[in-house]
Design a protein around this ligand. Structure first.
Ligand code: GLA
Length: 376
């Protein structure tokens, strides 16, 4: 790999890292102002960065095509950027639009967060840029402010109407804990999640079906949820209590009912999961995960043949529970397993994919890791 000095002719001021994430439970709840429970992954986007005073942004990725993209302050403000460079450009633009005095920077990225696998590689990229800029230009912003600016950057300048979960997870998660986030008031709590101590493993099964939230399906689901809340006279579906679900459904057109049923029951699953983790019983999460998958498959309809197969094969092979994680339409599945069955479950999933004629899944395991940080 090329070095920062070879690319830019000087040494970086520092290096920062931001992780990908898996969400344990609480899917498609964030833009409904509900609850989520993600953990950060050990896989990160790392950025070496040096401050510039001329407002220019230069970016290079070790996973890219070998070229440096250079943008003047005017080009950044106009947002005329294509390819992966639009993510860092969007963050810089969002920082500037929020009134922060950002200058330029030279950036060299390297990442081991798989792209298109539903593990939030784009949020990790955004958060790495945000935390580096925060330090390089002395912006003095806190991690939540940075996360929300990254979400805004993605919504406004990349054009994906995502919620805040991925950016909040990448910024705010801590090793050994799941991040219990109330997306309405942004209250966060680190809930201890000691997999090894409980004799458990969390498999991450990348189905290798590339998911893409920019293709319109995510936006349509979000719009459906917002329409349902409007018809119920509520600011967001978060306001529908589980006890009021049946009555709420009677007031909605048939096509919106499954969406609402998913969101309301999913918020309840997050609460149940947090209660179990607080009680020190992570193994009991299993059935909640599997119920969450059924809801995403049957009501929210964002699973696909490969994610359904990975869940079914993992559970049949003895996983305590499994579900797709992230926005859906492909991507990854998580499976909670007893540590001594991890290899057997992984082998069964791989064999089921082979028998069905699917590409071989990539299977690793996750431990709750730290959020964005300065490395050097
Ligand atoms: C994507 C979005 C998140 C969230 C999930 C679904 O990852 O970026 O904001 O909505 O989908 O839970």
């Amino acid at each position: 790999m090329t070095t920062f000095h070879a690319l830019y002719g000087h040494q970086p001021d520092g290096e920062w890292a931001a992780p990908g994430r898996v969400n344990l439970i609480g899917e498609h709840t964030d833009y409904n102002l509900g609850f989520v429970l993600p953990i950060a992954l050990a896989q990160t986007v790392r950025v070496q960065a040096r401050r510039r005073t001329d407002g220019r942004l230069r970016v290079y990725s070790a996973q890219g095509d070998g070229s440096v993209t250079e943008l003047t302050a005017e080009e950044l403000a106009a947002g005329d950027v294509t390819g992966w460079a639009r993510y860092p450009a969007a963050v810089v633009r969002a920082l500037a639009a929020a009134g922060h005095r950002v200058g330029g920077a030279d950036l060299l990225f390297d990442s081991d967060v798989p792209t298109g696998a539903g593990l939030s590689s784009s949020a990790a990229l955004e958060c790495a840029v945000a935390i580096a800029y925060n330090d390089l230009h002395d912006l003095g912003l806190g991690e939540q402010e940075l996360a929300l600016l990254c979400q805004l950057a993605e919504n406004r300048y990349v054009g994906v109407p995502c919620g805040m979960m991925d950016q909040m997870a990448s910024m705010c998660c801590r090793a050994g804990a799941a991040l219990y986030l109330d997306t309405q008031d942004l209250a966060v709590r680190q809930v201890p999640f000691d997999l090894a101590g409980a004799g458990l493993r969390l498999l991450v099964i990348d189905t290798r079906v590339k998911h893409d939230l920019g293709d319109g399906a995510y936006a349509q689901l979000r719009a459906g949820c917002e329409r349902a809340a409007g018809l119920l006279g509520l600011p967001a579906l978060r306001e529908v209590p589980l006890t009021g679900l049946d009555e709420a459904l009677t007031r909605l057109p048939a096509e919106l009912r499954p969406l609402v049923r998913h969101v309301v029951t999913e918020n309840d699953r997050v609460q149940q999961a947090v209660t179990l983790l607080d009680a020190g019983d992570p193994a009991a999460l299993g059935p909640i995960l599997t119920a969450g998958h059924a809801s995403l498959r049957d009501d929210f309809r964002v699973s696909c043949a490969e994610t359904d197969l990975a869940v079914a094969a993992a559970v049949a092979a003895g996983a305590l529970g499994a579900r797709m994680t992230g926005g859906g339409f492909g991507g990854s599945v998580i499976a909670l397993v007893a540590a001594d069955t991890a290899d057997a479950v992984a082998g069964s999933v791989t064999e089921a994919f082979r028998a069905a004629g699917h590409a071989e899944p990539v299977i690793h395991h996750a431990e709750p890791a730290d959020g964005a940080r300065k490395l050097s």
